[in-house]
Ligand binder design. Structure first.
Ligand SMILES: [Zn+2]
Ligand SMILES: [Zn+2]
Length: 376
């Protein structure tokens, strides 16, 4: 049974603006209408905020526009996937994209369905005011631009301060380089609180979730001298179910600072016990010749290498297991747009499927799209 309801607000790895990485996570049993009705600040977690207010507003707008046209013999979530061209804007950029449904192999839902009375942006702002908890994987602009630009919505002493959870590198960079009074007003002083986390320790987030951050390597910085740190968040709910969300990262195969292995050994027992519901991970570009610089990102061939490592880690805790990742849902996001007529998501998904088959892994891959809510 699914435990985590994940609404994708943005899923692009750039270079386009406006649709970059952002997720909302909440329990599927709780609706956004209930959250608004009870002024519930402690049930939703945002992971990254490349886009935020516009992503929520657009998702609500599409729900409102489609609802009067719903077919009686089809669940609204299916109807939504088939009939919302704006939600698959990232597909409409290309000439050979498949229908949205063909990229999605997990159940979806439409959590904004009951929000019909107010205008979309009114609802979006109300939800954003209630959202008190952000986990930020790293401070690259495609992961924080929405948090910065939307921040005037937070400037109200009547609502709880936003808690920004991240490793020290992330929280310090946001304070020093974004909310510094130059790039953007220093709202952190009154309306945000930076919650610094140490790697591989558990932290409570709200009523439903706690989180454990893992450090990741995401290319080099400072003239190639230092590793740029990103984060994978392991989210745990009150039923002891887990969701693993990666920020941008490179493969251990070609990293001077291999850090993914610690994540895989950490979650292997959870996979053995059937507690890890899903992995959300970047796959920025289709596979390329090994000599091409991936700038600290993954492509299908390197992602599969990582997942083969995960398989080995699970076999270590469950000797004799034949297909340790059989049936595991993996949601691909942070695909970088290409300036060609061919859809990079279609290519990445077909490369992953071919490798999945070649290595007989049995993984269930889906692709993340803005406006779609996945039940994981
Ligand atoms: Zn990124
Ligand atoms: Zn990045």
């Amino acid at each position: 049974m699914s435990s985590f309801e994940v609404t994708v607000l943005g899923a692009s790895g750039g270079p386009i603006d406006g649709k970059t990485c952002a997720l909302l996570v909440k329990p599927a049993s709780l609706s956004y209408a209930e959250i608004l009705a009870t002024n519930d600040c402690e049930s939703v977690v945002a992971i990254d905020a490349g886009t935020s207010l516009s992503g929520i507003g657009e998702a609500i707008m599409h729900h409102q526009r489609l609802q009067p046209k719903t077919l009686k013999d089809m669940p609204f979530s299916d109807f939504y996937l088939q009939n919302s061209p704006q939600t698959n804007l990232l597909l409409d950029f290309y000439r050979d994209s498949l229908p949205l449904k063909q990229y999605i192999n997990v159940p979806t839902t439409t959590p904004f369905q009951e929000l019909c009375e107010l205008a979309p942006l009114e609802y979006a702002a109300l939800l954003l005011r209630l959202l008190s908890c952000y986990c930020v994987t790293h401070p690259h602009l495609d992961h924080v631009a929405g948090l910065v630009i939307n921040s005037p919505v937070f400037c109200d002493y009547g609502i709880p301060r936003k808690r920004i959870h991240g490793l020290r590198q992330t929280t310090e960079a946001l304070q020093k380089h974004c909310f510094n009074g130059v790039i953007w007003p220093d709202l952190a002083r009154d309306f945000l609180s930076m919650s610094v986390m140490e790697p591989e320790k558990w932290y409570p987030l709200n009523l439903h979730y706690s989180v454990l951050p893992y450090e990741l390597a995401h290319g080099k910085t400072n003239g190639d001298k230092d590793v740029y740190t990103s984060t994978a968040f392991l989210l745990k709910d009150t039923t002891d179910s887990y969701l693993l969300v990666f920020g941008d990262c490179e493969s251990d195969v070609h990293s001077d600072h291999p850090r993914n292995f610690a994540v895989w050994t950490g979650v292997a027992p959870l996979i053995r016990d059937g507690k890890l519901k899903s992995i959300i991970i970047e796959c920025s570009t289709p596979s390329m010749a090994a000599c091409i610089n991936l700038y600290g990102h993954l492509s299908p061939d390197f992602l599969i290498q990582e997942l083969l490592t995960l398989e080995r880690c699970v076999r270590q805790v469950e000797p004799g297991c034949n297909q340790p990742l059989m049936g595991l849902n993996i949601l691909i996001y942070h695909v970088k747009e290409l300036f060609t007529s061919s859809d990079p998501r279609r290519k990445i998904l077909s490369e992953l499927e071919a490798l999945n088959k070649r290595y007989n892994m049995g993984i269930v891959f889906s692709v993340a799209f803005p406006g779609v809510t996945y039940l994981l």
